[in-house]
Design a protein around this ligand. Structure first.
Ligand SMILES: [Zn+2]
Length: 697
């Protein structure tokens, strides 16, 4: 299984997991000569279309989590990510050599599910191994991927090496064309997830056998790249092309994005090549994963063809979903289709990593910092709410308000369990942590680096003319406002560093070695500092955070008004403490409260309470950040159908102080808060309450 290596050779290679900071070597296995890399920057690929992304993701492992983020990654390793085989037998079957489904059994409810689940899990497993530089996780990922890699052959169908592309029945079943609903092209979709896992593994390891497997899969038949329930195959196929220059893969991408793209009408994802009709309700709903995985890949179509309208269409679909469906915790309502924002509307856990993935792709290609604002909001709020603090149980659905298990809200899958049916979310939740960490910093085409998302980390990368640099980013962000970065190039060198200014931050500060730098961001929201950097230069970023109160109406409850409270990228919630476990709320908790803004400006009466970060971070209710707000108690008896009072509260008790904590720390909470009349009037005068999008279901 190890390709004839001795154990010592194997260990030597596996232990060499220092960040793969070197530029990618031309690796065309067909022996083609790679074009010169001059002018492509440190992280340019040997084969690229002329239209290039603004930010180039670094190989997994170049950014390593530190501080609270490392604590959470280690919890994920000890919880689900390192132990999925113990969670459910389906994970032992995932792409195992003896799990060779054929015919009808390739579909997810009939034996094929482990192909999807394995794709999701292996991606998270390999990337978490690389970002943590954890040999055991990398070894585990390698062993599972090797079961495919070592059997790949030119007669297989994508990564299904046991099928025969010359056998009509195999082709018909694997392609799944014309199947009803989610079965449409389902096996091909699942293959794309494995392709993504393998591409991530290759990027982190440089293992040529993984690249050969990708090349074999995607050069097998031109149609396959464009097949799938959603567009899971184009990204790994595109990546494979940039590493190999494989002509067949190039032709397949051209067929997808130019020819077949125009003619293709059967694909449920083809609608996303054009912008939406933006009147509320004009577009029919779609499954959340399908939406995320079918919109963003059109941005790759822009890279491949140079046609900007593909990127613009993807951006506009996401703008529409932000306007009509966004939940305060940063991921749209996807239960499982998208729908209007609502206190008891739910978001499937699969959609948290899928949404973050879509924004990462759009961030990299468009360079727009607002995508990173979205990634941070989803990661700091929705992501911790999907899993228990020990990363061993999770919800299938989360909703902004949860007051009682199984009854408020009533959607049964809001309970924390080891698994749910189906198992999709259990597999997918392994992805969000490593994908966040590895995209916190990205390379720029001018041989610099960009800070795209913030948090404590250490970066090892190349800058200037192949100069290794280490960046140590010390911060408790988002639990505090400052980031200190120690820059350590191997020797002094001139290169640019770009820093994203969060969209919510109105008066940022930036200092280099104590001297203030002008911080007017460019149109993408970044400040670029190009200078001669010397070892031990110090950067300090300051992002002052002020409480923000946002109001809206819940169209699912007849337009009931609500308010949500945020500080920086963190959403805050009125916590209902969980007692014995994450499914048992404290019966004595007092949560029947309405936000009662005092003074003449929303948020001005809110006090920020800060305390030191705990020694080990686990999203406990004992948060280092809390907000003191004014609220009134009132007689509130929500039902599953009536999540919020339909009118502002007029008959509450006297105003009192209550404490809000970060949403991600809570298992039961109210984060879409009822409002008093006074709060509502203030909101209307400041910022007229926007009507919510029309209900879709
Ligand atoms: Zn799911």
């Amino acid at each position: 299984m190890e390709g004839g290596q001795t154990a010592n050779e194997k260990d030597a290679r596996l232990d060499d997991v220092s960040p793969r900071i070197m530029a990618y070597a031309p690796t065309n296995t067909a022996g083609a000569v790679a074009p010169a890399l001059a002018g492509k920057g440190n992280y340019g690929r040997p084969f690229e279309p002329p239209t290039r992304p603004v930010f180039i993701p670094l190989p997994p492992g170049a950014v390593e989590p530190e501080g609270w983020l490392r604590d959470w990654c280690l919890t994920a390793k000890d919880g689900y990510t390192g132990h999925m085989d113990e969670v459910h037998p389906e994970f032992r079957r995932a792409w195992a050599v003896d799990h060779k489904m054929t015919g009808e059994r390739l579909f997810w409810q009939r034996g094929g599910w482990p192909y999807e689940g394995g794709g999701y899990w292996f991606e998270g497993l390999a990337k978490l191994g690389f970002v943590l530089h954890d040999h055991a996780l990398i070894r585990q990922a390698k062993a599972r991927l090797d079961a495919v890699v070592s059997h790949m052959n030119t007669n297989g169908i994508l990564f299904m090496w046991w099928l025969n592309k010359n056998n009509v029945d195999d082709v018909k079943a694997a392609e799944g064309r014309g199947r009803p609903g989610e079965e449409a092209e389902w096996p091909m979709w699942a293959n794309g997830l494995l392709g993504r896992a393998l591409a991530g593994y290759y990027a982190g390891s440089g293992d040529q056998r993984a690249l050969q497997a990708l090349e074999t899969a995607y050069s097998g038949d031109r149609d396959w790249v464009g097949l799938g329930w959603s567009m899971s195959n184009p990204w790994p196929a595109f990546e494979t092309y940039t590493w190999t220059g494989n002509k067949e893969i190039g032709e397949a991408l051209t067929a997808l994005f130019t020819k077949a793209g125009d003619a293709k009408t059967r694909g449920a994802w083809n609608r996303y090549r054009r912008p939406p009709r933006e009147e509320p309700g004009a577009e029919p709903g779609d499954h959340g994963v399908h939406f995320c995985e079918s919109t963003a890949p059109w941005a790759l179509g822009y890279l491949w063809t140079g046609r900007r309208e593909f990127l613009d269409a993807a951006l506009r679909w996401h703008q529409m979903i932000e306007r009509d469906c966004m939940q305060p915790f940063g991921v749209p309502v996807f239960d499982e289709s998208y729908g209007p924002t609502g206190a008891f509307r739910a978001t499937e856990t699969c959609d948290v990593p899928a949404y973050m993935w879509s924004q990462n792709l759009l961030l990299s290609i468009s360079g727009q910092g607002r995508m990173a604002d979205r990634i941070e909001r989803a990661f700091f709020n929705a992501a911790p709410a999907t899993v228990a603090r020990d990363f061993k149980t999770h919800v299938y659905f989360q909703s902004p308000n949860r007051m009682a298990d199984k009854s408020l809200p009533a959607a049964g899958q809001c309970t924390f369990q080891a698994t749910h049916h189906p198992l999709c979310c259990t597999a997918a939740l392994n992805r969000f942590l490593p994908n966040y960490v590895m995209h916190m910093w990205m390379a720029t085409g001018d041989n610099g680096l960009a800070a795209t998302c913030y948090g404590p980390c250490k970066v090892s990368a190349l800058v200037a003319d192949h100069v290794p640099v280490e960046l140590a980013c010390r911060t408790d962000y988002p639990f505090n406002e400052s980031v200190e970065i120690a820059v350590k190039p191997e020797h002094e060198a001139t290169f640019p560093l770009s820093f994203r200014i969060p969209g919510w931050c109105k008066n940022p500060g930036l200092w280099v070695n104590g001297s203030a730098i002008k911080t007017a961001p460019d149109t993408n929201g970044f400040v670029r500092v190009e200078r001669l950097w010397k070892p031990n230069d110090k950067i300090r970023l300051q992002f002052p955070m002020f409480p923000r109160v946002t109001t809206g109406r819940d169209a699912n409850v007849g337009g009931a008004p609500y308010a949500s409270v945020a500080l920086g990228p963190l959403l805050f919630a009125l916590p209902i403490p969980d007692t014995h476990d994450a499914n048992t709320p404290d019966p004595a908790a007092k949560w029947q409260l309405a936000l009662d803004a005092q003074g003449d400006k929303l948020g001005a009466d809110i006090t920020v309470l800060r305390s030191p970060m705990p020694g080990k971070w686990n999203w406990s209710l004992e948060s280092p950040l809390a907000l003191r707000v004014n609220a009134v108690s009132f007689d509130w008896k929500p039902t599953p159908e009536r999540a919020l009072p339909s009118e502002p509260v007029a008959d509450g008790g006297p105003s009192e102080k209550t404490t809000l904590v970060p949403y991600g720390c809570t298992k039961f909470r109210v984060s879409m808060l009822p409002v008093t009349e006074r709060t509502f009037k203030l909101a209307e005068s400041e910022n007229p309450v926007r009507p919510a999008g029309a209900p879709r279901r």
